[in-house]
Design a protein around this ligand. Structure first.
Ligand code: TYD
Ligand code: MG
Length: 460
């Protein structure tokens, strides 16, 4: 390394900075994520200046203004006409905001953003799509699958941020897509594209452009497991909105999840399905998730989880078999593994099931991931149903949190869940007793309140 340059170690996962190499990151507890990067004095530029960098652009000093004098109207938001996306964004794109779209490679980030470009250009907004990953021809081929585009979309294959900045300043688009931030580089920073200092610096420059010119910027960031390039977590605190695009690449469903949003609620999700012609919105996820559900099979239950404001019905499947080799095997897909183990321990202790010498496999159908405790009771009853090889009536919805002493605790938004079940033709609901009290008799659907797992098991 040349003299005069400082060399620093960065965690490629969360951006933690250290003067020496560390095996485990004190910030995010990941192992082997530290990489040496050289930072020159000038390199700190844009990132250090941060958002207030707008001052430098206009050359004026920012004067304080009264809060009441600032005009904000709801109609300032640009609707993308993709309802699933608009909801996650909190009602549309806020001009001048910066949105980070993260996700595994190949999950459909470029496709999603190209579709956003198409919707915006259809409304006569000028959009610039900058790709550092694909050639113009490749983008054209993708665009052909998605549909017709008009003349308001501009494409640029470029990774040099200085050129990108001058192009944006010349073209003055209303929205810019950067695909992906890991390919962009700034000449002032000596480390390689994709390293923490490059990614931070690039984002800082884009942030100045976004805030200074009032352009909405979408940034694509790849999530990386091996830590060879800096992941989107490094940038989460810099941008206004962070969306993660998740799902199983083998399955068609994709979930767009809001992780951070300065202009709306997080926890909202958007559901998409990858098809031949790009991503299709799934307006009724419950229906989609329950498609192809087996009938008359033991070990399956339907639970209701509320994601943001929206209830989604999902099938849980459990398979419990006798262990063949000494140690029992347990796996779970889409549900926290430790939670499943905990619930099995509760069943063993409080309901007297001998699960200690059983293998157990618990899956969430449709490639979804759920973390809400309200699905506990569904997991428990799936396991019991498979263990006893007895079927649960397929018209029954189950929800409720299970505590360590086997009690079934109340959950929030019980009424929303009951309503969704009724809408989809369910006939009964096994739910916490405390939740039944207020709404008994209000709905056609039969509400069965249970206080503990033993009571719930009687309905199998
Ligand atoms: P892509 O948007 O390139 O993913 P990312 O930018 O997140 O890396 O999408 C990749 C996958 O999507 C690819 O395997 C092909 C599939 N795909 C479809 O199934 N239908 C389509 O219309 C398009 C454009 C892509
Ligand atoms: Mg891509």
């Amino acid at each position: 390394m040349a003299k005069g340059k400082k060399s620093v170690f960065f965690c490629q996962n969360c951006g933690y900075e250290s003067s020496k190499w560390l095996g485990q990151c004190p910030g995010c507890r990941e192992w082997n994520t530290f990489v040496e990067e050289s930072v020159s004095g000038a390199g700190k530029g844009a990132a250090a200046k941060g958002i207030s960098g707008t001052e430098g652009q206009t050359g004026k000093r920012n004067e304080p203004v009264r809060l009441s004098e600032i005009q904000v109207r709801e109609e300032d938001r640009i609707k993308t006409n993709m309802e699933e996306l608009d909801r996650v964004l909190g009602g549309g794109i806020v001009p001048g905001s910066m949105v980070l779209v993260g996700g595994d490679p190949g999950i459909g980030k470029s496709t999603l953003l190209l579709q956003v470009c198409r919707q915006l250009t259809l409304q006569q907004h000028k959009v610039l799509y900058i790709s550092g990953e694909e050639s113009l021809r490749q983008i054209k081929l993708r665009a052909k699958r998605i549909g017709e585009f008009n003349e308001h979309l501009y494409l640029l294959c470029e990774t040099n941020l200085e050129i990108i900045r001058s192009t944006i300043e010349r073209l003055k688009p209303e929205a810019v897509v950067i695909d992906s931030i890991q390919t962009m580089y700034n000449e002032e920073v000596s480390s390689a594209p994709g390293s923490v200092s490059q990614v931070r610096e690039s984002t800082g420059i884009l942030m100045q452009i976004a805030k200074g010119l009032g352009i909405s910027v979408f940034i694509v960031g790849h999530v990386t497991k091996d830590g060879s390039v800096a992941g989107p977590r490094v940038l989460e605190h810099m941008v206004d909105t962070v969306l993660y695009f998740e799902g199983d690449r083998q399955l068609a469903y994709r979930i767009l999840r809001g992780v951070k949003n300065r202009f709306g609620s997080t926890n909202e999700i958007g559901v998409f399905e990858m098809q031949e012609k790009g991503l299709e919105e799934v307006k009724n996820p419950s229906q989609a998730m329950l498609n192809g559900r087996p009938t008359d099979a033991s070990g399956t239950t339907v639970v209701c989880s509320v994601e943001g404001t929206r209830p989604i019905l999902i099938e849980i499947q459990a398979l419990v078999t006798r262990t063949n080799f000494g140690l029992p095997r347990r796996t779970s897909v889409g549900i926290d593994y430790n939670r499943v183990n905990l619930l099995m321990a509760v069943l063993e202790k409080r309901a007297g099931l001998r699960l200690g010498d059983c293998d157990a496999y618990v899956n969430l159908a449709g490639g979804m991931k759920l973390g809400e405790p309200a699905i506990d009771l569904g997991i428990v009853l799936s396991i019991v149903s498979s263990y006893k090889n007895q079927v649960i009536d397929e018209g029954t919805l189950i929800f409720g949190e299970v505590g360590l002493s086997g009690e079934v605790r109340g959950v929030s938004m019980a009424e929303t869940r009951v309503r969704e079940a009724q809408k989809l033709g369910f006939t009964a609901c096994i739910m916490p007793k405390t939740n039944v009290e207020g709404i008994q008799g209000k709905y056609k659907i039969k509400l069965i309140g249970v206080a503990n797992i033993k009571e719930a098991m009687e309905y199998i």
